[in-house]
Design a binder for this molecule. Structure first.
Ligand SMILES: Cc1cc2nc3c(=O)[nH]c(=O)nc-3n(C[C@H](O)[C@H](O)[C@H](O)COP(=O)(O)OP(=O)(O)OC[C@H]3O[C@@H](n4cnc5c(N)ncnc54)[C@H](O)[C@@H]3O)c2cc1C
Length: 477
């Protein structure tokens, strides 16, 4: 067995592991060993369907030291007028460059693709090559960093929970762009199964690729609130939408008297969108979308709201609340992989182990980079108190009730960061911090922008007081 030594052993070279490694390399002289069972850096992006894109502008995704994309605005399509969204292949290529042009050339990084990390069962840290079976024992001088905790499941590597009878045509979104190669009868109907962002991407893709809205059905167990992408734009010209949007959002949190009232207010001020305005959504996963995409998705009228699919049988589908017939030659598309599994929160710093989690939702790469900055620049103390205070874990919301809790945890971290001049400065300069630079760019003589900033500050304080009431009991007034 080979034996190596390293300062940090990072398990997972997805977005989180790479964003952590990138900042740790810049902020310390540490040696890092990365282990990943994938053959390329970038994690799930290597398994994605061909038409996947980021939900958010490329400008603040990826690692801190390397820009992603050219900061252009789209001039065509459903994202027209908004900053570019990297495609899946672009994201994979970007993470390849991060590895080969940034990390490996430092001489302080060892990258081990196609290797499974074997849990430490008292025999030390080991990983095994998937191709050769060779095992490597690792002596870790500082810490083991688990960068797999928030790993999403994606359609191509996920097994549906429902039964599928022989002869049913069920594919993942990855197969759609290859349909031109399909042998036999062309699909005459498309059944999208799932209600998350993947299902929305599939709906938009099918419509743009020529499918007729009436030839599409959509199994939607839950409706979802969606973030309006207009309010996530990083350019100063979007100050009113982005920072004004933040101020309006805080006003909604400050004034809401119940969870329902909160989401009504967020919709009224343009922060949240929904596909069907006659339905009350019960899910919120920070899926981020443009009004153009929502307009396209509204054209799909065959929406099946009968709970989850239990089985797809010849000619019909069994759902929680009954059966529906499958039109002839239906192609079912499985979009039920959950990109955001609910996982119990735990401290990020745990002695000689770190468990990477979100410190600002919904930004996993900002979170990983900031955590690396804190790891490199602050002393380990009793129970890692300082580091865990600066990197409080922020839960990812699922139900509507859990959203205020996530925002409160975001605000607590923001407060702690604002009290620390050096950390504040790092955040201000970080390309992964979406809005700090727009706020800093506001001209003190611009009365309109200063009024928005004042509203943001005042409403944030009022929101801090109101959120505990929203989370303690559903009805305040
Ligand atoms: C379609 C889609 C779009 C998204 N868009 C955005 C967006 O716009 N903005 C945003 O902030 N987030 C977005 N996300 C959220 C996304 O989860 C993160 O961006 C990020 O890519 C997740 O990275 P990760 O490193 O946590 O997980 P992964 O990419 O899954 O990486 C984890 C890695 O760990 C490896 N691994 C796990 N266990 C082991 C083991 N025992 N041994 C060896 N290796 C192991 C896996 O092989 C994998 O490569 C999106 C997610 C999806 C699915």
């Amino acid at each position: 067995m080979q034996h190596i030594e390293t300062d940090y052993l990072i398990i997972g070279s997805g977005a989180a592991g790479l964003a952590f490694a990138d900042t740790l390399i810049d902020e310390s002289s540490a040696h890092i060993t990365l282990v990943d069972r994938h053959g390329k850096p970038g994690g799930h992006w290597n398994d994605a369907y061909s038409f996947v894109t980021l939900h958010q502008p490329s400008a603040f995704y990826g690692v801190n030291s390397m820009a992603l994309g050219a900061n252009r605005k789209d001039t065509v399509g459903a994202n027209k007028g908004l900053y570019e969204l990297a495609s899946g292949p672009e994201v994979s290529g970007y993470f390849d460059r991060v590895m080969n042009q940034k990390l490996l050339p430092t001489g302080r990084v060892s990258y081990n693709p196609m290797c499974n990390y074997l849990a430490d069962h008292g025999a030390g840290h080991k990983f095994v090559s998937i191709l050769s079976g060779a095992e490597t024992q690792v002596t870790v001088r500082k810490k083991v960093v688990d960068a797999t905790y928030y790993s999403p499941t994606v359609p191509s590597t996920h097994t549906p929970k429902y039964r599928v009878a022989a002869g049913v045509r069920l594919v993942t979104p990855n197969a759609l762009a290859h349909l031109w190669q399909a042998k036999g009868e062309r699909p005459k109907h498309f059944m999208i199964i799932g209600a998350g962002k993947t299902a929305m991407d599939v709906g938009v893709w099918l419509l743009n690729a020529g499918a007729q809205p009436d030839d599409i059905s959509w199994v939607m167990p839950r409706d979802s609130w969606l973030v309006n992408r207009l309010q996530t734009q990083p350019g100063a010209e979007f100050f009113n939408d982005a920072i004004g949007g933040q101020a309006n959002q805080m006003e909604a949190f400050a004034k809401a008297t119940s969870i329902d009232d909160l989401f009504d207010r967020l919709e009224a001020c343009g922060t949240m969108l929904r596909i069907d305005s006659t339905r009350k959504p019960s899910m919120f996963h920070f899926a981020t979308i443009s009004k153009g995409e929502v307009a396209l998705l509204k054209t799909i009228k065959n929406v099946i709201r009968m709970g989850h699919v239990q089985a797809i049988e010849a000619g019909e589908m069994l759902l929680d609340q009954g059966r529906v017939p499958l039109p002839a030659s239906t192609l079912c598309i499985d979009c039920t992989a959950s990109a955001v599994e609910q996982r119990p929160m735990a401290p990020i710093f745990q002695g000689n182990k770190m468990l990477l989690q979100m410190v600002r939702v919904p930004l996993p790469t900002f979170s990983a980079a900031l955590t690396a900055y804190v790891e490199a620049n602050y002393e380990d103390d009793e129970a890692d108190a300082t580091k865990n205070r600066l990197c409080g874990t922020v839960p990812f919301p699922d139900s509507l009730d859990s959203y205020p809790r996530s925002i409160m945890a975001n605000m607590m971290n923001q407060f702690h960061w604002s009290q620390d001049k050096i950390l504040r400065q790092w955040i201000r300069e970080s390309r992964l911090d979406g809005f700090g630079k727009i706020i800093a760019s506001a001209d003190p003589a611009d009365e309109g922008k200063q009024a928005i900033l004042l509203k943001l500050k005042e409403c944030a304080m009022a929101a801090r007081a109101n959120i505990p009431k929203l989370t303690a009991n559903r009805i305040v007034a």
